[in-house]
Design a protein around this ligand. Structure first.
Ligand code: NAP
Ligand code: ZN
Ligand code: ZN
Length: 349
């Protein structure tokens, strides 16, 4: 075992501050990673603040991890010492159940182990995430990073990237489809980039008129202000697919009205009750509301390779570890373009 520095919160009201955590000694299939960058996901904040219940303290968040391989166990073949690698939202699953066998480890019937706040099978207690100097992970959950991409801007692909890529892929978004991305934050900005790269006609659906120019720069063909009822009416019944990244419970009825017959809105943002859905709005048009959780390991690697081919990374603002509490406030206030990434060197100094 080794002790490393990390940033954690002692309870749901506490600021994050420096603490010490243990990392296990590597086992034959393990990879020890020196963390170089870690993205800041809104889920980190939800977990620190116990918005979803069940948070275990101290919470050490971070599931958009990039780092260098320091050491490998003697059965590891997929990476070697010195490689740049990524770790996303999962560090284990049973690998035997139907979902696991079908590359859907995120839906493991025994429960996937989250990178943070999961059950630590090795040391007991719960897992600690990427706001730390090092991490030890089973090689199966370690991803290869395309060499042509900037490492720091790759970090957010490990959560924001796969969470938006997977539903666009699953619902087979393709050339000519009219796709709406709802909410221009960390997830939303990746949603625009992917939908654009897949050839869709992309409409950014936002509450913030000030983000219109950016949305276009990121690849949106049109911008729709969701608070503008007339504009929303003009787009009624016209979308092939909607990706909803809004991070809180809200009224989804106005968005359902935007869907074509048989079309789907996939929810990825709000992991909490939504306002009541009017049954008629689904019945009239055989419309679908669905959900999606990150993506499996195989698909996460496919997403990274897709990003390598299409030169896609996240738009980031780099921060030092000791400014994380201010960064959280800014995320909650929608004031980040479009993902904070922590330079983990700042924790080592
Ligand atoms: P974020 O950076 O804070 O972006 C969310 C965006 O949603 C905001 O920028 C804002 O965009 C819009 N928004 C915020 N509050 C709103 C409200 N009350 N009504 C309407 N729109 C609102 O968050 P994120 O990191 O992208 O994460 C989004 C959510 O996804 C979080 O809840 C996170 O926990 C969840 N998540 C889910 C998964 C999954 O696997 N399903 C994975 C990762 C994260 P505009 O200004 O453009 O309106
Ligand atoms: Zn996340
Ligand atoms: Zn399983």
């Amino acid at each position: 075992m080794s002790e490393v520095k990390a940033y954690g919160a002692a309870d749901s009201k506490a600021d994050l501050k420096e603490i010490k955590i243990e990392r296990r000694a590597i086992k034959p299939r393990d990879v020890k990673i020196k963390i170089t960058y870690c993205g800041v996901c809104h889920s980190d904040i939800h977990t620190v603040r116990n918005d979803w219940g069940g948070s275990k303290y101290p919470v050490v968040p971070g599931h958009e991890i990039i780092g260098k391989v320091l050491e490998i166990g003697n059965e590891v073949e997929n990476v070697k010492v010195g490689d740049t690698v990524g770790v996303g939202c999962m560090v284990d699953s049973c690998r035997e159940c139907e979902p696991c066998k079908n590359d859907l480890e995120q839906f493991c019937e025994k429960g996937m182990v989250g990178t943070y706040n999961g059950k630590d099978k090795h040391l007991g207690g719960h897992t600690y995430g990427g706001y730390s100097e090092e991490v030890v992970v089973d090689n199966y959950y370690v991803l290869r990073v395309p060499k042509n991409l900037d490492e720091n801007a790759v970090a957010p692909l490990l959560c924001a990237g796969i969470t938006t890529f997977s539903p666009l892929n699953h619902w087979k978004v393709s050339k000519g489809d009219k796709v709406g991305v709802i909410g221009l934050g960390g997830l939303g900005h990746m949603g625009i980039k992917f939908a654009h790269a897949m050839g869709a006609h992309v409409v950014m659906i936002t509450t913030s008129p000030g983000k219109a120019e950016d949305a276009k720069r990121l690849g949106a063909d049109e911008v729709l202000i969701s608070k503008d009822a007339d504009a929303m009416k003009k787009h009624a019944n016209s979308f092939d697919f909607l990706l909803n990244t809004v991070p809180v419970g809200h009224d989804i009825n106005p968005y359902i009205s935007l869907l074509k017959i048989d079309a789907t809105m996939c929810m990825v943002g709000a992991v909490e009750p939504l306002e009541a859905v009017h049954g008629g709005s689904l019945i009239m048009g055989r419309k679908n509301v669905a959900g999606s959780l990150i993506g499996g390991i195989k698909e996460t690697q496919e997403m990274l390779d897709f990003c390598g081919e299409h030169n896609i990374v996240s738009d980031i603002e780099m921060i030092d570890m000791n400014t994380i509490n201010e960064a959280y406030e800014r995320v909650v206030n929608g004031d980040v373009k479009y993902r904070f990434v922590i330079d983990m060197e700042s924790l080592r100094n």
